[in-house]
Structures are given as C-alpha cells and as structure tokens.
Design a protein around this ligand. Structure first.
Ligand code: SF4
Length: 421
C-alpha cells in the first residue's frame, strides 16, 4: 500500500484481491442501446453463464448477444480457433440478416490463448464488405472492472468512426434513450446545440451510423469511466470539454455551463433554460435529504461512478464520506470532479478486499455501496448496502433523475429503519 496526494486529497494505493464483475457485463446495456448490433463473446461456458444471468432471457425477441464457446482443443491450441470462429459467424449472419454491426468480444480464455480478435474482425469485415461491419474489443476479467467493457467497446467505435471537419458537440457515454432525449432538449433550450452547429450522442442508437469525428469536434463525457475512449477521441483530433458529470442538480448545471462556455453561449441563457428543471429537481431531492443528511457512507471500488456520486451525496445530500474506493483513478477524466470533493475525503485506488473490509467494520458506516458479491455477506452481518451495479443500469443522469438518484441511496436506509421498528 502507498499514498499520494491529489488536489489536497490523500489517495491510498492498494493492490490485492479484487471483487468485481468483468467487462462482459457491459453487453447488457450496450446491446439495448445499439439496436442493430450483435455481441458475440468468444469465451467459455462461464462467460456464457455470466452473460445469460446478467442479461436475463429474452422471450419475445431474438437475442442480440451470444457466446462462441471455446472447446478444450481450441484452448490446447490443437484446432484453428479462427476457422471455427469464421464458421460460427457465417452461420449467425446467414440466419440473422438484420445484424449490421457485429462485435467480437474477447474474454479471459481468448486472451490467454492470444486469439487475435482484432485481426479476425478485419478479416471478417472484408469478407462481409458492405453488409456487416465487424469490430472487436475486450470484455475480459483481466481488465480492472466491469465498466471497462463499455470503455473498450466505445474506444473501438471511435477508431472506426469516419473523419469530419464539421463543428459539433458529441455527448459520450451510453445513456438510456429517455435520458438522452431529456439532455438533448436541455442542450437545445440552452442554445448550445445551435452554437455548436450539430449535436450527436456516442454511442448512437444504431451502430451502423457511428458519428464522424474530427478537429472541430468537442466532446462532453456523460460517464466517468470512459478513459480509453477519451484518449481515442483526442487521438482523432477531438477536444475534451472538462466538466463535472451530470449527476445531481450541481453536476448537471455545471455540465451544461461547461458546454456553454466551450461554444460561447451566455451563462444567463443557460440559467434561464435550467430554472424550471432545477426547481423540480431540488424539490424531488428535498424528499430524501432528511434520510441521507449526516449519514456516513463507504464506497467499495466497483463501478467507477464512485467519485462523482460521492461528490453529489456529500454536497447535495449532506452525507459524510468515510472512504471512497475506486478501481482506478484517471486524473484527466476526473479533473473537475476531484477538487469538488470535500477536503479530507479518503480515496483508495485499487483493492485489497480483506483489508478494506477490516477498515469498514471498524468504521461502521451507515451505508456501503458495493458489488453484488459483497452486498449479501455484508447485509448478513447487519451492514446496510447498496448494489453499485444498479447505478449503471438505472437512469440517474440529469435534472429529472435527481430524486430517483437520491432515492437509490435513501431506500436501503429507510428499509433498515422500518425493519428496526
Ligand atoms: S471473461 Fe473472464 S471473468 Fe468474465 S466470465 Fe469469462 S472467464 Fe469469467
């Protein structure tokens, strides 16, 4: 374990046993977002089970994800896994002509035998030229945490995007359609879309239409875990607009103001457009504030949403932060969030789960935000918990979701109170 200081906030580095899902989990929300895309995991039966249990069974529609299960002879290098993959892809695409983009998703087994899915995607793209775009990314558990699955997927899409010289604003990060529509209306009402010339969301609802990117593209991140995507966009000449993330009233207001400044839109115009949604959001928040105010909070490192959510819960809900665990810390992506944390917030980057649990039991927080694997044992020991993965699956961005976001943290505390009576 070692320590460093960041924006006057002490950061402890910890390396040891980790308790997180792998990046395959991202397929659950990515396949819902991109309605013409198919995700083919090249992995083991374990990968297939994880995906099936995380995504559930689709009864009414054809699934848009599957696992090409590698057999023992593939793993032992006794068969050409590329030939087998080509046969599976051929069968899939002849049965499903609706697939326009196919993602080959790497897993631990495919990485262990060094199956080059990037090259396979290139080969298959040529073979199905004009009909299907084939891309590849890694969702393996060798990465640090489960939200990296979205990051590596979007990074691949950025590299496949066409070039443009047109000025535009790109909002980057998978959002539920309803949230995307709300943010689009807000950006329009603030005059930001007009000043930018064009607004696009990334990823798009149809993977077939990846937005073009170029030197006049400015982008706002909507998710705090898109570090590789941010670097890939900059590599394509796009310019990052540093901002708070759009969680809570303050985060959403600051996110819009940052975009407005980037395109020389007057502050007053944004304030006027936001006045009614801000008032609604504050009223919704008030409902949960009395439950959250003064309660102590502990984040286990899991979703990479920890820092912006800790900022929201401390500054707008009055919670006290005891420890903010993060799987890894990208100071560029979080450059505006980190100084907005309360002084002396204890950040722990990485994980040594046993040591972290020891500290947690000593600190006895009122609420622990953690992965599914830790939540049940903690609940059994009388510790109130919140599943962090729910924060990735739920609509939590923007003014209209502020009440729902606060409720996600208030509900377990209220439930505990009811059980105690
Ligand atoms: S990618 Fe790795 S960690 Fe994820 S389910 Fe497959 S084997 Fe397990």
């Amino acid at each position: 374990m070692s320590s460093a200081t960041l924006c006057d906030i002490p950061v402890t580095l910890e390396r040891g046993q980790r308790e997180v899902f792998c990046g395959l989990t991202g397929i659950v929300w990515l396949h819902r977002k991109m309605q013409d895309a198919f995700f083919l995991v090249v992995g083991s039966r374990t990968c297939a089970h994880l995906l099936q249990s995380a995504a559930g069974v689709m009864i009414f529609s054809e699934p848009r994800f599957a696992t090409a299960i590698m057999q023992e002879k593939d793993l032992a290098g006794m068969a050409d896994a590329n030939d087998e993959l080509d046969r599976i892809v051929e069968r899939l695409l002849s049965r499903r002509p609706d697939i326009k983009t196919l993602f080959l998703v790497g897993s631990c087994p495919s990485e262990v035998i060094k199956l080059d899915l990037g090259r396979a995607a290139q080969r298959l793209s040529v073979a199905y030229n004009g009909q299907v775009r084939v891309l590849s990314y890694s969702g393996s558990g060798i990465e640090t945490t489960f939200t990296e699955g979205e990051d590596t997927c979007l990074e691949t899409m950025v590299r496949a995007a066409p070039q443009t010289d047109e000025q535009q604003l790109l909002v980057v990060g998978t959002l539920p359609d309803v949230v995307e529509d709300q943010l689009e209306r807000l950006l329009d009402a603030c005059g930001i879309t007009e000043a930018a010339g064009k607004l696009a969301f990334f990823p798009p609802r149809r993977a077939e239409t990846i937005p073009a990117i170029g030197p006049k593209t400015r982008f706002l991140l909507a998710q705090p875990f898109l570090n590789a995507t941010r670097r890939a966009l900059i590599g394509q000449g796009a310019v990052h607009i540093p901002a708070l993330f759009p969680f809570g009233v303050e985060g959403t207001s600051a996110w819009l103001h940052s975009a407005a400044r980037a395109f020389d839109v007057r502050k007053e115009r944004v304030d006027t457009a936001c006045a009614a949604p801000v008032a609604r959001a504050r009223k919704a928040l008030e409902h949960y504030r009395h439950t959250l105010q003064g309660k102590t909070l502990w984040f286990m490192p899991d979703s990479q949403l920890e820092i912006p959510l800790a900022r929201f819960l401390a500054s707008e809900c009055g919670m006290q932060l005891l420890e903010i665990g993060v799987p890894y810390l990208d100071q560029q992506t979080l450059s505006v969030e980190l100084p907005a944390l309360p002084e002396n917030s204890g950040i722990v980057e990485g994980q040594d789960v046993d040591k972290q649990l020891e500290r947690l039991h000593q600190a006895t927080p009122d609420l622990v935000v953690c992965g599914l694997g830790l939540a049940n044992p903690l609940e059994a020991q009388g510790v109130t918990s919140k599943w962090s993965i729910e924060l990735v699956f739920s609509p939590i961005h923007g003014f209209e979701q502020v009440g729902d976001l606060a409720e996600l943290f208030a509900r377990p505390l209220q439930r505990k109170l009811k059980l105690a009576v």
